[in-house]
Design a binder for this molecule. Structure first.
Ligand SMILES: [Zn+2]
Length: 286
């Protein structure tokens, strides 16, 4: 439990607390994608790859720039922990912190997924989400968060002394990325980063601000779709938490596979060009 406060509130406490918030990053200067142009080309797509991610395992796949990628629920409710890499430079990868700062805690239709510094550019644009009806529930929960990290065996060991569970998302992603990249598992582990929690339903408790999860509303046939802005390698784990209604980091939850499909459109979105690396000169004033 969190400690109760020990400092007496000042006389103007209520006035200080009632100051209205301002959004940290005003998004009116953020270049927004032309969603209509992306969606216009979705009607004529050719399936080019299909990957099944087994339960409590992870798989990698590639998505060429200008292609669509769908992550589909299959057989039963299941959460996926997604990493994204630039296919030509694995040092450029999904930056959930800045994606969260720019879009909000959960991502959906029209949001862009950004890469880390110094690259900071859109890697993918979300073009369809069959769970977009969910919004935020009465607990403050939403779907597809960029606030979680990924379940990992180190935290599990911290919380359950002596535990050596090997199928946390972090380990699954490490093994899959090692296979894909040819790197040793030790080397590959350093590339695994905080995830987009596909289909996971999460939020922060209103009273204590703690990260919570609840049963995912996803059902077989639901999917999240994005357009690849650059050549991508995706890597996703079918979380050992299954629908994340109770626990993760164990073999107790019911888990299902996830399916990934890659589609080639017949043409590119009108006006689309591949986003360049970030335009800051990198000199830091030196
Ligand atoms: Zn997990």
């Amino acid at each position: 439990m969190k400690q109760h406060s020990i400092t007496a509130a000042p006389a103007d406490a209520e006035a200080r607390k009632s100051v209205a918030p301002v959004v940290c990053y005003p998004t009116d200067t953020l270049p927004r994608p032309n969603l209509a142009a992306y969606r216009e080309i979705r009607s004529d797509l050719e399936l080019t790859a299909r990957v099944v991610v087994p339960p409590r395992e992870a798989e990698c796949w590639t998505v060429p720039a200008g292609h669509f990628c769908r992550i589909l629920s299959f057989e039963g409710p299941q959460v996926g922990d997604l990493n994204l890499f630039n296919a030509h430079d694995f040092n450029e990868r999904l930056y959930t912190g800045k994606t969260r700062a720019l879009n909000g805690t959960h991502v959906g239709l029209g949001d862009q997924l950004f890469s880390n510094l110094p690259f900071l550019r859109p890697m993918a644009t979300i073009t369809h989400d069959t769970l977009d009806w969910y919004g935020f529930d009465k607990f403050g929960g939403g779907v597809h968060d960029v606030i979680g990290t990924r379940c990992d065996p180190y935290t599990n060991n911290l919380l359950h002394e002596g535990s050596q569970y090997h199928h946390c998302c972090h380990s699954n992603l490490t093994r899959a990325f090692a296979r894909h990249s040819g790197k040793s598992p030790r080397e590959a582990e350093a590339y695994i980063h905080d995830v987009l929690n596909v289909f996971m339903c999460t939020g922060f408790t209103r009273d204590t601000g703690q990260y919570f999860m609840k049963a995912s509303p996803v059902r077989p046939g639901d999917f999240l779709e994005f357009f690849a802005e650059i050549d991508l390698v995706g890597c996703m784990s079918a979380c050992p938490g299954g629908d994340c209604s109770t626990e993760h980091s164990s073999d107790r939850a019911r888990c299902y596979p996830l399916v990934v499909e890659v589609y080639r459109p017949m043409r590119l979105p009108v006006g689309w060009t591949m986003p360049p690396r970030n335009g800051y000169d990198g000199s830091h004033g030196l």
